[in-house]
Design a protein around this ligand. Structure first.
Ligand SMILES: Nc1nc2c(c(=O)[nH]1)N[C@H]1C(S)=C(S)[C@@H](COP(=O)(O)OP(=O)(O)OC[C@H]3O[C@@H](n4cnc5c(=O)[nH]c(N)nc54)[C@H](O)[C@@H]3O)O[C@H]1N2
Ligand SMILES: Nc1nc2c(c(=O)[nH]1)N[C@H]1C(S)=C(S)[C@@H](COP(=O)(O)OP(=O)(O)OC[C@H]3O[C@@H](n4cnc5c(=O)[nH]c(N)nc54)[C@H](O)[C@@H]3O)O[C@H]1N2
Ligand SMILES: [Mo]
Length: 740
């Protein structure tokens, strides 16, 4: 492993070169290039790398980024060699790294691990479906099954999936959103009445100030950088709040322009507030206190459109500034400067991601952002509003389609009316509750539509125990991952088509639809010949599981929906608010916007009050956040570099402040074990070993590691209040020199 100085800017020609290299080395260059040409083009493939929207106008120039190219390279990888699964036992595969597992090519045939078996063996599709149906029907109660969804799943597959689970009789539908933007949904529903953001891409052309909190778009949403650059060049101010100085937010070179290749790029952040981990409530309160003092308050808006102002103000006035400064780690003078800027602006957009959502008080932190926007009347008008930046490319659409463990009564009534069955009313398990239920033996079958449940969830050792206690685990996947190797008594892998693949059913070529981070629904159609004739699409797999399980006890015509996705879309139109005329509207170039009442100004904004969180630690403890490197997509490891943080060929690193390192008698390159301390009834300790210390520009008392390597340290019971999201950005740890 090698550590170098982080660069001063992000992207530029180096980003494009890296993208092309990954296509040339990891994927099939010809196939991959063909997919790239239509990535994010109207009528083309919706990029699976993030949920940032494409421009609404004409899209003839390339609309992909380094991350998109890596995702395509990964998906267009050649097939597994046929002897692979007889050569490697499950135990042997478990010894391999996540990186290696992902490099073994596309899965090409259904596989079965029988009880007591050591190797996966081929199984026919019909036997696989038969087995799933038999096992599900043998359960004592439908609530003993868990149906997980990852956010790459299309609207069509997601709609069928939730319909099937409910016809089977359960709302046990955990999804990746439970670990991601659940806190945003909860916070926004309570304060503005919709669990999604309110802005459109066009709003960035009108904003005066753009706030970016707890997000690293240079790596995770590179296409957002072009939007920010344009806003900046037009005169918008950008304020960043982040414990790390992320080069992508400091300076950006647009790889799609000549100046981005040869020039110095565009300076982005006007203010970079290097807040301490979870110091956001303190920082926002400090800024709002100063705004109040400056008289930067839109009283007309507050009177007409909000409630809770008086309580909000009296709480703000009672906060002690010294405590605020201590917790935020930002000087009052700096807060005042930002307050001046905000007090003079009434078109403010606030963007945020995992740095805010994965904390115990995440819902409160996000509601402080809403408070700030409401103070300036900055919701429900052009150039202003909330922008939770979604991760998975269709995670927002999956929720719109009903993937939710706590569905509304109205939605269930609709399903009942359209499909003539009695839907389960009891709320189901979210991700954390599903882990506990499996661990307690109450959930016995686990089926995942995509994702990598074992590695994405907290507390890896406990989650592994939970999965191993089940009767059966089933994974619908494109490529091999660790969740295929930590299984129930028996296990199935069902290989599916990816976004880039053509989807041919008996009624002809099919397409699917997705919803981006700003509520635009549009079609996505793959263009590549699948690597194996034995792959099935996700909608087809869900239909077959439903047919094999419900055997006639369903008014939905699963076979017809499998053959012609227009029929699925007709049901979506009938059941999902805002989707009438769905089949016609998704065929329009660029798709259509789902309704969003606050965007149009129809809402009552609620001011809320949140105390500063309690950050007391023991003397030797640090707060650790688990973050993404530049070479990964969640649990998929594309490579071992994190170029913007100067890490080469390594992932088991811990970024620490130089003073915290020397105080512990350690030095750069020291190898340490990390133990997390979780104080529930008793103290619980969890340890991972052999991480390399990297001195870094990070606030004192804070440190960072990569997800998923550090997930064993995240306690399953350490969750956000109300949204139940694991606190992956706030883990209390100690580090000790490794003895091994
Ligand atoms: N290439 C690539 N693209 C991706 C993904 C990927 O893995 N790779 N994942 C996708 C998914 S599912 C998602 S959800 C998004 C994730 O996108 P991000 O949220 O950008 O991802 P993280 O790496 O988790 O980054 C969190 C950022 O928050 C900061 N942070 C951590 N704690 C705090 C805090 O307490 N306060 C503040 N203010 N900041 C904090 C970190 O320093 C870091 O910059 O990206 C999506 N896009
Ligand atoms: N410590 C820590 N933990 C975290 C986070 C964190 O920041 N820190 N972030 C959380 C977040 S934001 C999220 S969203 C979750 C992600 O959780 P998941 O969505 O469960 O995980 P992914 O790594 O995105 O899933 C990757 C797998 O999906 C499968 N796959 C890829 N494409 C397709 C497809 O088209 N169809 C199907 N059926 N399968 C496909 C492949 O087999 C691949 O191995 O992780 C969460 N976990
Ligand atoms: Mo996510």
């Amino acid at each position: 492993m090698k550590v170098t100085q982080p660069p001063r800017s992000a992207a530029g020609v180096a980003g494009v070169a890296r993208a092309m290299r990954s296509l040339a080395t990891d994927g099939d260059f010809v196939r991959g290039s063909k997919a790239l040409l239509v990535l994010n083009q109207k009528g083309g493939i919706d990029c699976m790398s993030c949920a940032w929207p494409e421009s609404d106008g004409d899209r003839r120039t390339a609309e992909f980024c380094e991350s998109g190219a890596k995702a395509v390279a990964w998906e267009t990888d050649p097939r597994h060699d046929p002897g692979f699964f007889s050569r490697y036992s499950v135990a042997e595969l478990l010894e391999r790294s996540d990186y290696w597992l992902g490099q073994q090519g596309r899965l090409t045939q259904p596989l079965y691990l029988r009880e007591g078996g050591s190797h996966y063996e081929p199984i026919s599709w019909s036997n696989a479906f038969e087995l799933i149906g038999r096992e599900l029907r043998a359960l004592d109660h439908p609530d003993e099954a868990v149906f997980y969804t990852s956010g790459r799943t299309s609207n069509e597959a997601a709609f069928l999936w939730q319909l099937f689970a409910r016809q089977f009789g359960t709302n046990n539908m955990p999804d990746c959103s439970n670990m991601c933007h659940e806190s945003s949904g909860t916070a926004l529903t309570e304060t503005v009445g919709i669990g999604k953001g309110t802005v459109t891409l066009e709003d960035f052309d009108h904003a005066q100030v753009i706030l970016i909190l707890g997000q690293n778009p240079g790596t995770n949403h590179p296409r957002m950088m072009t939007t920010l650059k344009r806003a900046k060049e037009r005169g918008a101010k950008i304020v960043v709040m982040n414990p790390l100085v992320e080069p992508g937010l400091v300076r950006f070179k647009d790889p799609q322009e000549l100046s981005g290749i040869f020039g110095n790029g565009t300076a982005l952040a006007d203010y970079y507030l290097q807040v301490r981990i979870n110091g956001d409530v303190a920082l926002l309160k400090g800024i709002m206190k100063e705004m109040l003092a400056l008289g930067g308050v839109d009283h007309d808006f507050i009177r007409a459109k909000t409630k809770g102002w008086d309580g909000f103000v009296s709480d703000l006035e009672s906060e002690d500034f010294d405590a605020i400064v201590r917790q935020a780690g930002i000087a009052r003078a700096e807060m005042r400067e930002v307050a001046k800027l905000l007090a003079a602006s009434d078109r403010i957009i606030a963007c945020w991601a995992m740095g805010l959502t994965q904390h115990k008080n995440a819902v409160g932190s996000i509601q402080e952002i809403v408070n700030l926007l409401l103070m300036r009347g900055s919701i429900g008008k052009p150039g202003a509003g909330t922008c939770p930046v979604r991760g998975h490319s269709n995670v927002q659409g999956d929720r719109t389609m009903g993937i939710f463990e706590r569905p509304s009564e109205a939605f269930l009534n609709k399903l009942q009316e359209v499909f003539h069955f009695e839907p389960p009313r009891k709320h189901g398990y979210d991700t954390v509750r599903a882990i506990h239920a499996m661990h307690a033996g109450e959930a016995k079958i686990f089926i995942a539509l995509g994702g990598n449940f074992l590695s994405a969830t907290p507390d890896t050792v406990y989650t592994a125990e939970a999965l191993r206690k089940t009767r059966m685990t089933v994974q619908v996947s494109t490529k091999l991952n660790r969740s295929h190797l930590v299984t129930g008594k028996q296990a199935l892998i069902l290989p599916c088509l990816g976004r880039t693949d053509t989807d041919r059913q008996s009624k002809g070529l099919q397409f699917v639809t997705t919803e981006n981070s700003m509520g635009v629904v549009q079609m996505s159609q793959g263009t590549l010949e699948p690597v194996s004739p034995d792959l099935k699409s996700e909608p087809a797999i869900v239909c077959e599981i439903a047919r094999a399980t419900l055997v006639g006890n369903s008014h939905a015509d699963w076979a017809a929906m499998r053959d012609d996705y227009d029929l699925i879309r007709n049901y979506i139109a009938a059941c999902i608010p805002g989707c009438s005329g769905y089949n016609a509207k998704v065929r329009r170039p660029g798709g259509f916007y789902l309704p969003n009442a606050p965007r149009a100004g129809n809402f009552v904004g609620v001011f809320t009050v949140h105390p500063l969180p309690d950050h007391r630690l023991e003397a030797d403890e640090l707060v650790m956040m688990t973050i993404r490197s530049h070479d990964q997509f969640n649990t998929t490891i594309y490579g071992l570099d994190d170029v913007y943080r100067g890490i080469h060929q390594g992932r088991r690193v811990i970024f620490m402040n130089a003073l915290d390192i020397s105080e512990r008698g350690l030095g750069a390159g020291a190898v340490v074990d990390i133990t997390s301390h979780w104080r529930a009834a008793e103290r619980e300790d969890r340890t991972v070993d052999r991480f390399v210390v990297v001195p870094f520009n990070i606030p004192r008392g804070n440190c960072a590691t990569y997800f998923p390597e550090a997930n064993p340290l995240v306690p399953v019971n350490s969750v956000a209040d109300r949204s139940n999201t694991p606190t992956s950005k706030y883990v209390v740890v100690v580090v000790n020199r490794s003895l091994s």
